[in-house]
Every structure is written in structure tokens, then in C-alpha cells.
Design a protein around this ligand. Structure first.
Ligand code: ARG
Length: 594
């Protein structure tokens, strides 16, 4: 068992003895933020003490008295307001590196409690190009899926395509009246967007081009589609097919795959029954011709998503599940989707990755679902993210003010990376430079998206994300190719098996620092999964590159004495393996050369 897991287990056992009624599973350890204080740390006792009105340092003392870690730790100390710091024995660090070199683990272990986790991400809308808002969902969601799978959970990914709704009335009017087949063939999404914009402009009473007759036609086409008109169904299916094929091109470039693409329309057969049931059970009520779920007043108003404050008063903010015209909406579909996922897949956890503007929707959804299915135990999480801004600090747009299309963004990333690579390696044949540029360009875009705290907005800067120095994908990719270079130079292979049986020697501070950092890999993966934050892993890998550079500058590898050479090569190999695994979790490839 890995040291951090062993220590955590012993710590939980000690907490159990001292506070038998506490939930010891919440007592976790993390890497120490400052290595001078130790290797691992826990702050969990302070929370336990606070909830019980105990003195936290006193509680820590009692827990340490029951803690059996003598063969693992050199020292265990109480610090600050009640932290416990653990100093590992050097011999244990060495042993852990040696077992990793034997290929027994890579500093992490599969979870002992695997969950069925559904991840709902990307979810673009049919007949509209994917834009930068969907890029973060796609990249973040894919990375979370990779991370949770690596840790042994059963992950089900579902692309909740927006393939139903009132926009199809307008799209069908446009398709029948103003579609240009040649444009449709050349760029289907652009043509569908064009007809949508033209017709929706005429359907909006607020806009100067408003035309009542067009609005009436759009409504009629929608009703016809909903009641199964053959021609309208054919057009609708064609729009989905064309959109899906363009989305698939983008997913292919990003290396993103889904287990399912159950669009919103998949749930149509469930909607009527769902609304009937909610009304019958008194969970939804009729209000001015619509049906909606209102607050039942069991939460403090501040925490109740079904209330909103207006002019100092708390007033209803209902979750509408059937509109006055009888139509169902986003809310109805999402309730049906949730029920399907808990029933069919027996999900233990459902994760939604969308931008922050949908926070209220998901809070209302989760609260409504709990009332509908009070027995459901699934953990529901809205993993939301901020906006991407241009260098002027305003929402990221093209020069002409249009929203940026994801496919064009990826083109530009590859083109710019190609220029950088061509400058650095003019001697390489173009085909090689293109191959490197693809991996570097796409990697840079992904990393720029994953690195910031997801809840803050970030400024999109080509120069920053493509820089070869600083916390960027190209910097990490370069660090990996550098390690590969060491092995190539020594005529050796770095495949994770060449270093088995090596005795690890940690003589110098840079070697020890690198070793300690390698040991933290598992803890960082666990923390990133727990909080749905791949940025923890980005920062870990960036620090790994720093530790590796310091080690490599201070410690000769190929030119040292045989025993030291073997140990240092093993350190290089372990570093390369952690890089590969870590970048793979981020969905980032490594070029063969750079
Ligand atoms: N299609 C939506 C959008 O583009 C995102 C859907 C997210 N998933 C969900 N189950 N609501 O904003």
C-alpha cells in the first residue's frame, strides 16, 4: 500500500478511537504546502473539533497518542491551529520509488470505493456551431472523465445534445423557404446558422424586422414536427445528422469520445407522464396556465433556489416544467434525464459541466429532483466555469464581433504553433513540423483552458499559451521530450521496465525533492477528482518540471558512477512516466520530438 494511503488509514483509525461517532472517512491527508513542514498534512481535525466545541490542538494530541505510524514516519507534529504534519522516513520514500520502478504502481492506487459516475459535458446545440463556451465544457469534462476512470470509477459520458425545442420551428421555416443547397453542402452549420438568424429576426416582436406571419408559420411548423409530420421529421433528422458530423470532426481533433449521445429529444416520451405525476403528487402546481414547482419553505430563503429576493422581499422563483402553451422545456427534459440516469445506469454521482450562467437552473433542478425522488442517493454536482475573455478583458469575439467558432480556433492554434516550430526547427521537413504543431497547438489550447481555477474568467492569449517557458503545455511537452533525449543519448529505452531492480539512492537535495514530489502524484489526483479541478494536476506537473530541471542541472546522469547512474536514470524514467500519465489525464499528447 502507498505511504499516503497507509498514513491516511491509520489516521482514520486513530480518529475512530478518539471520536467513535465521527465520520472518519472525511479525514484526508494532502501534500504539505511547504515541504519544510513535512510531506503530508491534515487539517481535518480542526473541522471535527469545531463541530464538537473541542480544543483542536488538544484533539490533535489525543489522536496522535493513538496513531501508529512509527514504521512510516520519522516525525509527526502538531502545527498552527491544529494541523498535523507527517515527515516520512527516507527509507520509505526510497522503497516506494523502487516499487514504482518495478512497475507495481505509479504513486496512485485505484479507489477502494468505485462509483458509477455519469458526466454530462460538451452538449452543443444542433444547427449551431460549437463556440468557445462549449470548448471549456468539452475539455474540462473529458479531463474529469479520464481522471475518474484512472482512479477506478465506472464513468459513463453522455453528450446531452440540444436537439429539440422551439428553434426548430424557425429552422424548418428557413429550411423550406430560403435554404441554399450549395452553401449547405459547403458548410452545413454556417448555412443553418444563417437561416436561423434570418428567420428568428422576423419572429422577435422586439426587433425591427418582426413579421407576424413568419412567427405564425414557425409555430405551425413546430406543432407539425411535434405531432410527427413526416416531412418535418425528415428535415429535423437531417439537421441533426449534419450537425453531428461536424461536431464529430471537432471531437476527433480533440481526441474526445462519448459513451452516449442521448440528445434532449430522447426524453420526449417521458415528459407528459413526468409532469402528470408531479402535479398529481402535489409537487408541481398550476399557475397562470403554466405548471411549475414552487418552494415548500423547508430551507432558509437564502439557500432556497425556488425563492428570489426582490425589493427586500422573498418572492417565488418557480421551476417551470410546462409552459402556458402546453410545451415542455429545458427543465422538463433535465428532470427526465436525471430520472433516466439514476434508474437505468444506477448512477452514484452525476456531474454537469456547463458555464456559470446555468447555476440557478441546476440548483432548481437538483432541489426539484430531490422532492420528486427523495429516496435517490446520487451525488449531484454542477461543475461550472467562468468565461473566456479577449485580451481587452471583454467576452472573447472575432475581430468582426462574431462569437469564435471552436473549429476555427483549433485551426489557428495549429497554424500559430506551426510558425513557432518552424522558427525553432527550420531544418525539419514540413510534414514533421506539421505533426509537432498539431500536438503542440491543440495541447496549448487545452492546457490554457484547464490551468486557471475553473470558476474564474480567463484571458485568452495566444502568445502566453504557446510560450515555451512558463506554465504552458509546450513547456511540459518539451520537458518530456528532454527526458526522452537523455535515454536516446544513452542508447537506452524509457518504457518503464528498463529500471526494475534498481537501488534508488537519494544523496542530494534536488534528488530528494524530486522524489518527494513524485510521491505526491496520487494525492494530487485524488484531490483533483474530489473537487473536480484538473488545475491541481496542471500545477503539479509544472512543479514536477521545475524539480526535474533542478535535479538535471545539479546531478549528472549518464556520466555518473554505475550505481548512481542507474538510480538517476530510474528517477528520469519515473518522472517521464508521471508526465505521460498526468498529461494523458489532461487529454494532452506528447510529440516525438520538439
Ligand atoms: N445545450 C446546453 C447549452 O449549450 C447545455 C446542456 C447541459 N446539460 C444539461 N443536462 N442541461 O447551453
Amino acid at each position: 500500500m502507498l505511504p499516503h494511503l497507509l498514513i491516511q488509514q491509520r489516521l482514520q483509525a486513530a480518529v475512530n478511537t478518539v471520536l467513535p461517532e465521527a465520520d472518519a472517512a472525511t479525514v484526508l491527508i494532502r501534500p504539505c504546502p511547504d515541504p519544510r513542514f513535512g510531506h503530508y498534512q491534515t487539517n481535518a481535525l480542526m473541522g471535527l473539533a469545531k463541530a464538537r466545541k473541542l480544543n483542536p490542538r488538544q484533539l490533535a494530541t489525543e489522536v496522535i497518542a493513538k496513531l501508529e505510524v512509527a514504521e512510516l514516519c520519522e516525525r509527526v507534529e502538531i502545527a498552527g491551529a491544529g494541523f498535523i504534519n507527517f515527515h516520512l522516513k527516507n527509507s520509505l520514500i526510497v522503497k516506494t520509488l523502487e516499487t514504482a520502478a518495478e512497475g507495481k504502481h505509479l504513486f496512485f492506487a485505484p479507489t477502494v470505493a468505485p462509483r458509477v459516475v455519469v458526466i454530462d459535458f460538451s452538449s452543443p446545440n444542433v444547427a449551431k456551431p460549437m463556440h468557445v463556451g462549449h470548448i471549456r465544457s468539452t475539455i474540462l469534462g473529458d479531463s474529469l472523465a479520464r481522471l475518474l476512470r484512472l482512479l477506478g470509477h465506472q464513468v459513463i459520458t453522455d453528450n446531452h445534445l440540444g436537439d429539440w425545442g422551439t428553434q426548430f420551428g424557425m429552422l424548418i421555416v428557413g429550411w423550406k423557404a430560403i435554404l441554399e443547397p450549395a452553401s449547405l453542402q459547403a458548410d452545413p452549420l454556417a448555412e443553418m446558422e444563417r437561416i436561423y438568424k434570418r428567420i428568428s429576426g422576423r419572429c422577435d416582436p422586439e426587433k425591427p424586422g418582426f413579421d407576424q406571419a413568419t412567427l405564425d408559420r414557425a409555430r405551425a411548423e413546430l406543432v407539425r414536427l411535434q405531432s410527427g409530420d413526416v416531412e418535418n421529421l425528415r428535415i429535423w433528422r437531417e439537421m441533426i445528422r449534419l450537425s453531428q458530423s461536424q461536431f464529430d470532426t471537432t471531437y476527433g481533433r480533440l481526441g474526445v469520445k462519448f459513451d452516449h449521445t442521448y440528445g434532449e429529444s430522447f426524453y420526449n416520451p417521458h415528459l407528459k407522464g413526468l409532469v402528470d405525476e408531479l402535479v398529481q403528487r402535489g409537487i408541481a402546481t398550476e399557475s397562470r396556465g403554466a405548471k411549475a414547482i414552487f418552494s415548500e419553505g423547508s430551507l432558509p430563503p437564502k439557500e432556497d433556489p425556488l425563492l428570489v429576493q426582490k425589493e427586500g422581499q422573498w418572492i417565488p422563483n418557480p421551476f417551470i416544467i410546462q409552459k402556458t402553451d402546453g410545451g415542455y422545456n429545458y427543465a422538463t427534459t433535465d428532470l427526465a434525464t436525471l430520472a433516466y440516469r439514476t434508474d437505468t445506469w444506477k448512477a452514484d454521482e452525476i456531474v454537469y459541466v456547463t458555464d456559470g450562467r446555468q447555476q440557478l437552473h441546476f440548483r432548481q433542478l437538483f432541489a426539484s429532483f430531490r422532492r420528486w425522488h427523495p429516496e435517490a442517493r446520487a451525488r449531484l454536482a454542477h461543475v461550472w466555469f467562468g468565461s473566456i475573455l479577449g485580451e481587452d478583458g471583454k467576452p472573447f469575439k472575432t475581430r468582426s464581433g462574431e462569437t469564435v467558432r471552436l473549429s476555427e480556433l483549433l485551426d489557428e492554434a495549429e497554424e500559430r504553433a506551426f510558425r513557432v516550430v518552424s522558427e525553432k526547427r527550420p531544418e525539419l521537413p514540413e510534414i514533421d513540423r506539421r505533426a509537432i504543431a498539431r500536438v503542440v497547438g491543440i495541447g496549448a489550447v487545452k492546457y490554457a483552458d484547464l490551468l486557471p481555477n475553473r470558476q474564474s474568467d480567463y484571458i485568452f492569449s495566444w502568445d502566453k499559451m504557446l510560450a515555451l517557458s512558463g506554465n504552458t503545455a509546450p513547456y511540459l511537452q518539451y520537458a518530456c521530450t528532454r527526458i526522452r533525449g537523455i535515454f536516446r543519448k544513452g542508447g537506452l529505452e524509457s518504457n518503464g521496465t528498463g529500471t526494475a531492480g534498481t537501488t534508488i539512492i537519494l544523496d542530494t537535495p534536488p534528488e530528494l525533492a524530486l522524489a518527494r514530489h513524485l510521491l505526491n502524484f496520487g494525492l494530487v489526483l485524488e484531490a483533483a477528482a474530489e473537487e473536480y479541478r484538473p488545475n491541481f494536476l496542471c500545477n503539479y506537473l509544472y512543479d514536477l518540471a521545475g524539480h526535474f530541471t533542478a535535479f538535471f542541472e545539479a546531478c549528472p546522469v549518464l556520466k555518473s558512477q554505475p550505481a548512481q547512474r542507474a538510480s538517476r536514470l530510474a528517477l528520469c524514467d519515473l518522472t517521464a512516466r508521471v508526465f505521460r500519465q498526468g498529461l494523458d489525464v489532461l487529454g494532452i499528447e506528447i510529440p516525438d520530438q520538439m
